[in-house]
Design a protein around this ligand. Structure first.
Ligand code: ZN
Length: 134
């Protein structure tokens, strides 16, 4: 069986991490899939989805600090919107995740959460979830 669903994420700042683990888990549970996979996808070019620590809020802070070092705003950027640093972070972090579903739940490590990463907010963003399996 397979299900496809969508939900919105309202981001609060230019850079923002929103924990979407429970939203995704809810969709896995309602899909009825016990064993399979779950794809999380965001259809945006200046945002991303990632798996990282869900306990210490300093982790998102520090990862954002590192990404700002990797991709600072640069005078040489040509893109007229002026948000090329955000486009770069979106590509580095990625627009989709593939997760394992077992026993009707996402297989995640104790300290892992699923995060929506905003790099050009605040905005209302979409997340799509495909759950496939039996
Ligand atoms: Zn742009």
């Amino acid at each position: 069986m397979t299900t496809l669903s969508e939900f919105n994420v309202r981001t609060g700042g230019q850079t923002d991490w929103i924990n979407i683990t429970s939203e995704v888990q809810k969709r896995v549970a309602s899909s009825g899939v016990r064993e399979g996979i779950c794809v999380v996808f965001t259809p945006h070019t200046t945002a991303a989805v990632t798996i990282n620590e869900n306990a210490d809020p300093d982790v998102p802070h520090d990862v954002n600090l590192a990404l700002n070092i990797i991709s600072p705003d640069r005078r040489e950027f040509r893109h007229g919107e002026g948000n090329s640093a955000a486009h770069t972070k979106s590509s580095v972090v990625g627009a989709s995740l593939t997760l394992i579903v077992t026993g009707g739940r996402l297989l995640l490590g104790t300290w892992q959460g699923i995060w929506f990463n905003e790099y050009d907010g605040p905005r209302t963003r979409k997340v799509n979830v495909r759950v496939m399996g039996e």
